[in-house]
Design a protein around this ligand. Structure first.
Ligand SMILES: NC(=O)c1ccc[n+]([C@@H]2O[C@H](COP(=O)([O-])OP(=O)(O)OC[C@H]3O[C@@H](n4cnc5c(N)ncnc54)[C@H](O)[C@@H]3O)[C@@H](O)[C@H]2O)c1
Ligand SMILES: O=C(O)C[C@H](O)C(=O)O
Ligand SMILES: [Mg+2]
Length: 637
């Protein structure tokens, strides 16, 4: 007779197994554990003490980022608030603490339905294919395990990889950020961190930060409010800082400010790890931003701070608030403006016209937001440099927003828009098609983020209204799904005459006569890395309009003659490092003329532009393996 002690749950399968394996002569008797060792009874309603064989806590030696990188003790977004405080994790994780159960369901969803399988309807409208999403994942994994190798491949294949790490794939990444989240990258500051931000800033492991890109996620590309998922944008922008302008990857910091989100679907999503509250607004919003800016500038006073993808009610006011005090700029307002003006100068070069011809153009701009009005104001400044008064320059523009043509007949409009409102109120709210037919613009700009507003009728009218000069058409909205028209549509409707550049990349177009037209990308990535580099190396303290104008004027000079002949208005992206070095030099030269340079750049300024350019190029990071030296704790560098 064999006696077996088992818990009730195991008894049936184990009994069956034993009986099948043992000779029939051997009897098996089962004693249930629960019968043999009955549970101690509770006395007087107090539950009995059951000694645990599992340790209630683990002792660890790591804190902060080191802890997050250790798979054995990492809990990722499930670290509870108390541990985040104890272990130096505040700011390194999404604000809301999730649970192991939620992490497990998120994993299982991905296990069954990998996120790089994008629904066909998204592929069609978004310009992001499953293959692009897969490549983003492959690059992301590489970046997480070896940054030197990541940047080396990005350097060597920039033109091919820019659409994967940046627009348009980054738009898809942001929409799905809460599902794609794997490794911490960048910092999170939330409305619940008030009073602690200066201390939290020291949880960032790198002592020297040279560039910070911050968003509050309120207007991500043309995709709207994506809450903390918007962190994908600062990450992508800073990838470009490193690849295009040679900032060291260890010295850049992506930041998201979490003041809640008005995206109700996201708030309701159980995997969303940001604050599930409507956006904080009014004075409290500015107090939160002030605290962040003060804390960041206190730890890294020389860093460039780029504001990115803030919604219209905050983008302008924040720029105005900080630009006289710190090395800050708003990429959507100022970077985009310099990009658009540069593209128009490039287009004039394509047309064999001098820069002075800018003042003769008739410009329709669809979209009167941060980007649209920044662009309009900068082009007007360019026209003023060509001899027009501000009023004369303003009269060359027709600006439309969601409600159609903007005229003085509007009951309310912002101070930025008012100077560009058309005098004749009888055209208030006129449609784009009607404006194009009536005004016969030479330039059509799209910065509305509302999709295909440049319809066949609009493009055809644009072409017919421009018999003397090829029409200049820049649908600048991002990502591809929000662009005003494709390159193919523009070429088809203008018989291949359009001088075209779009915010997101577009393939070349084959014309019916067999010619292939290359198209340019009118994206602020041509400007922001170089502006930041010039301002940082020049330690210019602030970034002025003259520095941005210098960037806009430099860029078109970099388009080679043979590319102008092909209709390209921007230089090719393969040369992005040289482009950024040239932009940085132009920016630093302008700063020098204003007496703003400090440090070594001031000496180089005295030696001339070549010395400045050489200093800038040599300061740029190149991804290569360096010897590593271990410094025992207690020994200073
Ligand atoms: N190519 C680039 O480098 C670049 C840079 C910055 C912004 N952008 C793109 O520009 C777009 C707008 O950005 P923003 O910061 O100005 O946004 P915003 O929200 O500040 O402004 C959007 C503007 O478009 C108008 N608009 C919306 N729907 C419209 C419609 N159906 N018809 C006419 N006007 C309409 C709104 O009234 C508003 O004036 C986004 O798609 C963004 O990705 C591109
Ligand atoms: O991010 C981009 O691709 C350009 C721009 O900053 C935008 O907001 O669309
Ligand atoms: Mg932007």
């Amino acid at each position: 007779m064999l006696c077996v002690k088992l818990g009730r749950q195991l008894s049936h399968p184990v009994l069956a197994l034993l009986q099948s394996q043992l000779p029939q002569s051997v009897g098996v008797r089962l004693i249930h554990l629960d019968d043999a060792d009955p549970e101690p009874q509770s006395a007087g309603g107090i539950p009995p003490y059951v000694p645990s064989l599992q340790p209630p806590a683990y002792v660890i030696r790591k804190t902060g980022f080191d802890l997050l990188k250790d798979p054995w003790c990492n809990k990722g977004s499930a670290f509870p608030k108390s541990e985040r405080d104890r272990l130096g994790l505040r700011g390194l994780l999404p604000p809301r603490s999730l649970t192991l159960e939620l992490q497990a369901t998120r994993f299982m969803e991905d296990y069954y339905h990998p996120r790089h399988l994008i629904p066909p309807e998204d592929v069609k409208s978004g310009g992001v294919t499953p293959e692009m999403a897969r490549r983003w994942k492959v690059l992301q994994e590489l970046q997480d395990r070896n940054e030197t190798l990541f940047y080396r491949v990005l350097f060597d294949h920039f033109t091919e990889m820019a659409p994967i790490i940046y627009t348009p794939t980054v738009g898809w990444v942001c929409v799905n950020f809460h599902k794609l989240y794997r490794r911490p990258r960048g910092m999170y500051f939330s409305a619940e961190d008030r009073g602690d931000m200066a201390a939290m800033m020291y949880n960032w492991p790198q002592p020297d930060v040279q560039a910070i890109v911050v968003t509050d996620g309120s207007r991500i590309l043309g995709l709207g409010d994506l809450g903390i998922n918007g962190l994908g944008i600062p990450i992508g922008k800073l990838d470009l800082y490193c690849a295009a302008a040679g900032f060291s990857p260890s010295k850049v910091l992506p930041v998201i400010i979490d003041v809640g989100t008005n995206n109700e679907a996201l708030r309701a999503d159980r995997h969303y790890a940001g604050l599930r509250i409507p956006r904080v607004t009014g004075p409290e919003y500015f107090e939160i931003l002030d605290e962040f800016v003060t804390a960041a500038m206190a730890r890294w006073p020389n860093a460039v701070l780029q504001f990115e993808d803030f919604s219209i009610e905050h983008a302008g006011p924040l720029l105005k608030r900080y630009r006289k005090h710190h090395l800050v700029f708003n990429d959507d307002i100022q970077g985009t403006a310099a990009t658009a003006l540069a593209g128009l100068y490039g287009a004039l070069r394509v047309l064999n016209l001098p820069a002075a011809a800018l003042k003769e153009q008739r410009i329709v701009c669809v979209g009167a937001g941060s980007a649209g009005m920044g662009v309009v104001r900068m082009i007007a400044a360019g026209m003023q440099k060509q001899g027009l008064s501000f009023e004369q320059a303003a009269s060359r523009f027709w600006v439309l927003d969601y409600n159609g043509l903007i005229t003085g007949g509007r009951s309310s409009m912002t101070e930025y828009v008012r100077p560009f409102a058309r005098r004749d109120a009888s055209h208030e709210g006129e449609s784009l098609l009607s404006v194009v037919k009536r005004v016969k613009p030479t330039i059509l700009l799209g910065l509305a983020g509302a999709g295909r507003l440049f319809t066949e009728e609009v493009l055809t009218a644009m072409n017919e209204g421009c018999p003397q000069q090829q029409p200049i058409i820049f649908p600048m909205s991002n990502p591809t799904s929000r662009m005003e028209c494709t390159a193919e549509e523009a070429m088809r409707c203008t018989g291949g005459r359009a001088i075209y550049a779009s915010g997101s990349p577009q393939p070349p177009v084959e014309l019916p006569d067999g010619r292939t037209v290359a198209v340019s990308q009118a994206n602020n990535m041509y400007i922001f890395p170089g502006v930041a580099l010039g301002a940082f190396l020049g330690q210019t303290r602030i970034i002025t309009d003259a520095m941005l104008m210098a960037a806009a004027e430099e860029l078109p000079k970099l388009v080679p003659k043979e590319d102008l002949e092909k209709g390209l208005v921007y230089p090719r992206l393969g040369a992005i490092r040289d482009i950024s070095a040239s932009i940085a030099t132009a920016v630093a030269l302008a700063a020098g003329e204003e007496g703003r340079l400090r440090g070594r750049m001031r000496d180089k300024f005295a030696q001339g532009p070549d010395a400045m350019r050489s200093f800038i190029s040599k300061s740029m990071f190149y991804p290569d393996y360096k010897a590593l030296v271990h410094l025992p704790s207690g020994i200073n560098e």
